[in-house]
Ligand binder design. Structure first.
Ligand SMILES: [Zn+2]
Ligand SMILES: [Zn+2]
Length: 158
């Protein structure tokens, strides 16, 4: 067993877990992996058991990919897992990364939003990127800004 990565172990809020978390029904690795189509490391490993409405595999009341991670590395405790391949039915442990709070924050900055709150597409000429004093990156929408100004103008002459 490779163990939970150090970055997870040292993240604030990490609580060491037992090898397999207690559930009502015992987790039997052989039964779990029998429902996985194991391919090579680089490929996605589709879950052949129950898939929920959102498209995630489910097993014993948890996401199937979480069980795959737990059985391979250990329980990441309170942290969510990120499916690097974005394939929700994939349970390949090599495609899973524990999201500690810090990773989560970095990722938000790295993945800019594609649309504003009002659904305008944030193309290069419709976006104004600002950095706040706290260091957060903001993606402002020019269409919304123009509409706000138009409204303010209309109110002024009413
Ligand atoms: Zn995958
Ligand atoms: Zn907008």
């Amino acid at each position: 067993m490779a163990g939970v990565p150090d970055s997870v172990r040292s993240a604030p809020g990490y609580v060491p877990q037992r090898k397999i978390s207690p559930t009502q029904r015992p987790f039997v690795p052989a039964n779990f992996w029998a429902k996985v189509e194991r391919r090579s490391t680089g490929d996605c490993w589709p879950w052949r058991g129950h898939i929920d409405k959102a498209g995630y595999g489910k097993w014993l009341g948890r996401s199937a990919h979480r069980w795959a991670y737990i059985d391979t590395h250990g329980d990441p405790g309170p942290f969510p897992l990120n499916l690097l391949c974005r394939n929700r039915a994939c349970v390949n442990p090599a495609h899973l990364e524990v999201v500690t709070a810090k990773v989560n924050r970095d990722r938000r900055v790295l993945t800019p939003r594609t649309h504003c709150r009002h659904g305008h597409e944030l193309t290069d000429d419709n976006v104004k990127i600002e950095t706040t004093k706290a260091g957060h990156t903001l993606h402002r929408c020019w269409t919304c800004r123009r509409e706000q100004l138009k409204k303010a103008d209309a109110n002024r002459w009413r």
